[in-house]
Design a protein around this ligand. Structure first.
Ligand code: GLU
Length: 547
């Protein structure tokens, strides 16, 4: 009896329980280390554009880095439409973005179109969620109601404007003088709210605090909190601003890494505070602020206007502004291949440390790494962009892009009926094409007789003998049975020898007759492909025009 009591009591003593607890803790920590890889959160990244217009190539590069990172880590890539600014919303812009991503082959796993477990993916459809968090921040003292009218805001700016401070901010130094829940008493605030007085909710930025975070590209970044104004979090129309919405949604959608343009770096301290005040700091995504894409001269960010001014595209695809009806040309319509476009963008700000320049999407998924993303901006070079396209036209099998060329031809009035001939022609001229749209100039004469021919190119050296040569050649070709480039060349050579004219003297006029200008592949290949009747017809027509 005594023994049993002794056993029971001794088991329950803290001295006995503590070592067991200690051991369990050690086991747990060991397991944590061993299974660290598998216990990590699933990578989830997002591209979060505002549907305000054409998609800038910088935006596509952000998509690309997001996509590569997600694929590399077997994670999810989300497209979230940040459409809370109703004034900047442009009809059709969201569909356009989705279409651009599709063209680039960078389709998201979750989006308004594809759906997903964290739907809706349009912020305007998540409106109700945001107020709750804004109110929570007010209750906690991290945000406040501000009732200032536009006139009062203007008066504040007029009052505090000095030479050193031309646009005074709503911040720690001015907020005490404004009409807000910081300066009005509780009854007054309740009355104003009760009466539905227009108001916004602003973050209360702390004074002189150092706010730091580790950026995946820039390393440790620090800000002084006093430099940021008291940003509006919830607007008068009940919509959140970008600052509140981006934090709430990155949290709600379990985003683990956030890639965005460097222009968002100044907003980071506000976001950091929101993550902290909402109690979510542990779940804050790791940020990567991507370097800017610069103008060709390296002075400032590349804008659509630079493209217009210097004659190159800046948007991924054609963009027609529904308000102004202005059409801006895109890379796609100008004849870029998506493979070339994303390759060019990938290396605009990243390289894998080798000399390699051409990468397929799969290679990029394998090789991309954030530690090789540059900190400084990358100069855009249109000639280099075209070089990538030229390389990709040569590299890819024609069936990857021939449909685009075919459509271009059809739009310009040439319907392709002979598939075999079309394939041969594309193969023959592809080395001469930098853009897919170049095929029209380089290959349309295979399918339709040139409208005009460059007579001036042959006229000065033209003579009776040459005219006679082509007359005889046409005759001989009429009876030529086996229509091959080699046979045509042989006949051409024999006739030239008979007439005592050098081959070199005759090839240019032949080219002008068949092609219309001084370009294109070997003339005999051209003649073989366009066929007997067409070749003879063009010689006859050429003779009339030149002679
Ligand atoms: N909506 C922002 C934009 O238009 C997104 C910035 C971010 O990714 O946080 O670029």
């Amino acid at each position: 009896m005594e023994d049993r009591n002794f056993t029971r009591n001794s088991l329950l003593t803290p001295q006995n329980v503590y070592p067991i607890f200690q051991k369990l803790r050690i086991y747990y920590n060991v397991c944590k280390v061993i299974f660290a890889g598998t216990m990590e959160k699933k990578v989830r990244v997002r591209f979060a554009p505002s549907p305000t217009g054409g998609l800038h190539l910088g935006g596509v590069r952000t998509v690309l880095y997001n996509y590569l990172f997600a694929r590399q880590h077997k994670g999810d890539f989300i497209l979230r439409i940040e459409d809370t600014d109703q004034n900047r919303y442009v009809e059709g812009a969201e569909e356009y973005i989705q279409e651009c991503l599709k063209w680039c082959g960078l389709e998201p796993d979750e989006s308004p179109l594809h759906g997903g477990p964290y739907a809706p993916y349009r912020q305007s459809e998540r409106k109700e969620m945001y107020r709750e968090y804004a109110e929570q921040l007010v209750k906690q003292g991290n945000a406040y109601y501000a009732f200032d009218t536009p006139e009062e805001l203007e008066a504040m700016r007029d009052k505090f404007r000095t030479e050193e401070n031309p646009s005074p901010q709503y911040n720690h130094s001015t907020r005490e003088k404004m009409r807000s829940s910081l300066t009005l008493n509780d009854d007054e605030v309740s009355r104003l709210l009760g009466e539905g007085t227009p108001h916004v909710i602003r973050i209360k930025m702390p004074e002189n605090e150092t706010l730091s975070f580790t950026d995946m590209i820039r390393g440790e970044v620090s800000f002084n909190s006093s430099l940021s104004d008291d940003k509006v979090l919830l607007k008068g129309d009940g919509m959140p601003t970008y600052h509140l919405a981006v934090v709430v949604d990155d949290y709600a959608m379990k985003i683990t890494h956030a890639f965005r343009g460097e222009e968002w770096l100044p907003s980071a301290p506000v976001h950091l505070l929101l993550w902290k005040y909402l109690g979510w700091l542990e779940d804050m995504p790791q940020w990567a602020h991507l370097p800017l894409i610069l103008k060709p001269d390296g002075h400032g960010k590349l804008s659509k206007r630079d493209g217009d001014r210097l004659g190159f595209p800046v948007f991924a695809m054609n963009w027609k502004d529904s308000k102004t009806a202005e059409l801006t040309q895109g890379f796609r319509e100008l004849g870029f291949l998506p493979e070339a476009f994303i390759n060019m963008l990938a290396v605009l700000g990243w390289n894998d440390g080798t000399e390699q320049e051409l990468y397929s999407r799969d290679e990029l998924i394998e090789r991309f790494s954030l530690d090789h993303v540059h900190k400084g901006g990358a100069k855009f070079n249109y000639e280099k962009a075209k070089w990538f396209n030229h390389e990709w036209i040569k590299k890819l099998p024609a069936d990857k892009w021939q449909m685009t060329v075919r459509k271009d031809f059809e739009q310009k009035g040439v319907t392709i009926e002979d598939e075999e001939k079309f394939s041969k022609v594309l193969e023959l001229v592809k080395d001469r094409c930098t853009l897919l749209t170049d095929f029209w100039e380089q290959a349309s004469f295979f399918f339709k007789s040139p409208e005009t021919i460059e007579v001036a190119a042959v006229k000065p050296k033209w003579n009776e003998d040459k005219a006679m040569f082509f007359d005889i050649l046409a005759e001989k070709l009429t009876v030529q049975e086996e229509w091959t480039a080699a046979n045509i060349e042989l006949l051409f050579k024999e006739t030239a020898a008979e007439k005592g004219i050098k081959m070199g003297e005759l090839q240019l006029p032949f080219r002008i007759m068949l092609v219309g200008g001084k370009f294109g592949p070997t003339v005999f290949d051209i003649a073989a492909l366009i066929g007997k009747t067409e070749t003879i017809g063009r010689i006859r027509k050429g003779l009339t025009n030149i002679g």
